[in-house]
Design a protein around this ligand. Structure first.
Ligand SMILES: Nc1ncnc2c1ncn2[C@@H]1O[C@H](COP(=O)(O)OP(=O)(O)OP(=O)(O)O)[C@@H](O)[C@H]1O
Ligand SMILES: [Mg+2]
Length: 338
């Protein structure tokens, strides 16, 4: 049986980055941080791979912070966020009049990142046409803004991240092999949370402290042994982000002072003791609650989790939530989730 975990207990913080702290003690996470430090000083391209929510963005931030470029810009572009034409101008910029609505010359992310690090998130989503242009950037550090005929030079370090298996994408013909090899000079593979359970207690204490500050609660002392056991048993398909959301919700809803197993809506776990529809029933605090507000918050948290876990694929997210797509779309609009 696990000991009760105190909120103010030991919590191993390996690094503080501009995107939050990196907490954990597992040998796997320490090995990742060692690699980060070893490659930080060079300017070689790095590919960060890992399931959704494993901390890819946090690791890129640590890499930037540990590099000689740390005082220079750290610029992010999500390669799956925009259609190809818009993405090109977002990346390389455009000149005035390059297309309808281009009223002024605009710098792209490449220019914004000059001297620093350009983080290309979800690189597996980059349209094939743009992959060729990115290859040129990687090979020659040259690019041409949309609607321009100049060739511009840049000095940036490129770090890309993906939760897709790019080797499979190359085999399928959706990702250029030459680009893959250029990006993959160094690969840092982030382990799934279920494969480094030694980090769970540290992360729980860390997120609990943050959530208590956010919720304005100082009455939560810690987690009951059965809650910690349940957290260690859970599969964490959404990895650290899912853990963060779970703790936030528990801190918001639990009557306190100890968070127990029934305060944690973990869904299906490896042990299989919990049904996916079981959810959690928080004990009603003596002073009562505003049920409507609590339910709204609870609903929003789960909807957001489903969307994040499915990379905003509304069909899949709706399936995870047991509702139809139209209902989900309406809910996202009404709750302004985005
Ligand atoms: N080792 C860690 N210690 C503390 N917090 C962490 C750690 N790793 C990640 N986080 C936090 O977990 C959340 C998810 O991390 P991050 O956004 O870096 O993951 P990701 O792999 O980029 O996710 P996605 O694939 O969904 O984009 C963030 O809030 C981040 O601050
Ligand atoms: Mg990310």
């Amino acid at each position: 049986m696990t000991q009760q975990t105190q909120v103010n207990g030991e919590c191993t913080t390996l690094r503080s980055t501009s995107r939050g702290e990196i907490v954990g003690r597992s040998a796997k996470l320490r090995a990742v941080m060692d690699t980060v430090d070893r490659v930080a000083k060079s300017s070689c391209n790095v590919l960060i791979s890992g399931e959704s929510g494993t901390g890819k963005e946090s690791i890129v931030a640590a890499l930037h912070d540990a590099s000689r470029r740390s005082s220079m810009p750290f610029v992010t572009l999500n390669c799956g966020a925009l259609p190809e034409a818009l993405m090109e101008s977002e990346l390389f910029g455009h000149s005035r009049g390059a297309f309808t609505g281009a009223h002024a010359t605009r710098q792209g992310r490449v220019a914004q990142a000059e001297g620093g690090t350009l983080f290309l998130d979800e690189i597996g989503e980059l349209p094939l046409g743009l992959q060729a242009k990115l290859l040129r950037l990687l090979q020659q550090r040259e690019y041409t803004p949309v609607g321009d005929n100049r060739t511009l030079k840049c000095d940036i370090r490129i770090v890309a991240a993906t939760n897709r298996n790019l080797v499979e994408e190359v085999a399928r013909g959706t990702f250029r092999e030459d680009l893959f090899y250029r990006l993959n000079v160094i690969e840092i593979a982030l382990p799934a949370l279920r494969d480094r359970t030694e980090d769970v207690a540290d992360l729980v204490a860390h997120f609990c402290k943050l959530a208590m500050a956010m919720a304005g609660r100082d009455d939560i002392a810690g987690f009951a042994p059965d809650a910690i056991d349940a957290l260690l048993e859970h599969d964490w398909p959404g990895n650290i982000r899912e853990l963060e959301n779970t703790i936030q919700r528990a801190v918001l809803l639990a009557p306190g002072p100890t968070i127990g197993c029934s305060d944690l809506p973990l869904g299906a776990s490896r042990g299989g003791q919990r049904g996916a529809s079981a959810g959690s029933v928080a004990a009603l605090p003596d002073e009562g609650i505003n049920l409507r507000e609590v339910m709204e918050e609870y609903e929003s948290t789960l909807v957001r989790q489903a969307l994040e876990r499915t990379k905003w694929n509304k069909n899949q997210a709706a399936k995870l939530l047991g509702m139809n797509r139209t209902t989900l779309v309406e809910m996202v609009k009404r709750k302004r989730i985005g």
